[in-house]
Unconditional design. Structure first.
Length: 290
């Protein structure tokens, strides 16, 4: 269409909404109604890629007429199409030819056809008069691009495999994952499930380790508090009787006695710290790194 002239009046009616293959069939029906034997050899009937410049072959008595249809609404049909149809008419030894358009012809095309009395031009106005009023039709819905058969087959196969793997995981849990893995189709679902399981396991281990650490700290703190507030034993405390002379403390009482509310000894503090460190090492050994 590059280099062609635009139509002077662009139409928007029922005929412009008719497909080119449908228009060929409508013309074939019209000429059949005029008493012609119609051979529909255009791409609208054969679905071939090329029609050789001939859409219909009309025969009646000694007449043999070629028909070429140009369903153009935006561009004018140039004189080249006229000359091409004249050449086909000579090659086919036809007695006449008809060039049809739903739009317009250029002035050069009209002048070229005027030199050939066997050639008839039918423009958009003549075509609408010839076919009569057409019912308004809605434009066809937009079609999605076609997908080749191999790609469609692979996409369907992968989709079925993924759906089967998902159903197995829902119905059978770990067993479904095993069956999907044996079939070779649940690789993606199994990988996702394994990754989620690892993350959940790590989270659980971290939570358990945190709770154990809190328990160890609480245990160590309670031991320290107990040691700090433990009352002294009666054997280690000197008893004083009112009205009696104060006895002299012996050496053994001096070394073993401790006042009430005394601070824990360094040995007790070191023992509590040792137990807390041991609990922390156990937690670190059983907790995986994130």
């Amino acid at each position: 269409m590059k280099g062609l002239k635009n139509v002077r009046h662009r139409r928007s009616d029922a005929l412009t909404q008719v497909g080119w293959d449908r228009l060929e069939s409508m013309l074939a029906a019209y000429y059949a109604g005029q008493g012609y034997r119609v051979e529909h050899c255009g791409t609208g009937a054969s679905r071939a890629r090329f029609d050789g410049g001939i859409d219909l072959k009309l025969r009646k008595d000694e007449a043999y007429v070629l028909v070429q249809c140009k369903h153009w609404n935006a561009k004018q049909v140039p004189h080249n199409e006229v000359h091409q149809l004249i050449g086909l008419m000579v090659t086919e030894r036809a007695t006449g030819a008809v060039l049809v358009t739903s739009g317009e012809f250029t002035r050069a095309a009209i002048e070229a056809a005027a030199k050939q009395p066997q050639l008839q031009l039918v423009d958009g106005d003549d075509l609408r008069t010839l076919l009569g009023p057409l019912p308004e039709v809605s434009p066809p819905p937009a079609r999605l691009p076609e997908v080749s058969a191999p790609i469609r087959h692979v996409a369907t196969h992968v989709g079925e495999r993924l759906l089967s793997a998902a159903e197995d995981r829902i119905r059978h849990g770990a067993g479904g994952r095993g069956r999907a893995g044996r079939r070779g189709g649940g690789v993606v679902a199994q990988a996702i499930g394994t990754g989620v399981g690892i993350i959940l396991a790590k989270v659980v281990f971290v939570l358990i380790g945190f709770l154990l650490l809190l328990a160890a700290i609480q245990f160590a703190s309670s031991r320290l508090r107990d040691a700090a507030h433990r009352p002294a034993s009666p054997q280690s405390v000197g008893v004083v009787t009112v009205g009696s002379p104060r006895p002299m403390p012996s050496t053994q009482a001096t070394t073993t006695a401790a006042p009430v509310g005394r601070e824990p000894t360094p040995e007790e503090i070191r023992e509590s710290q040792r137990r807390a460190d041991e609990a922390i090492r156990v937690i670190e050994h059983g907790t995986p790194e994130m």
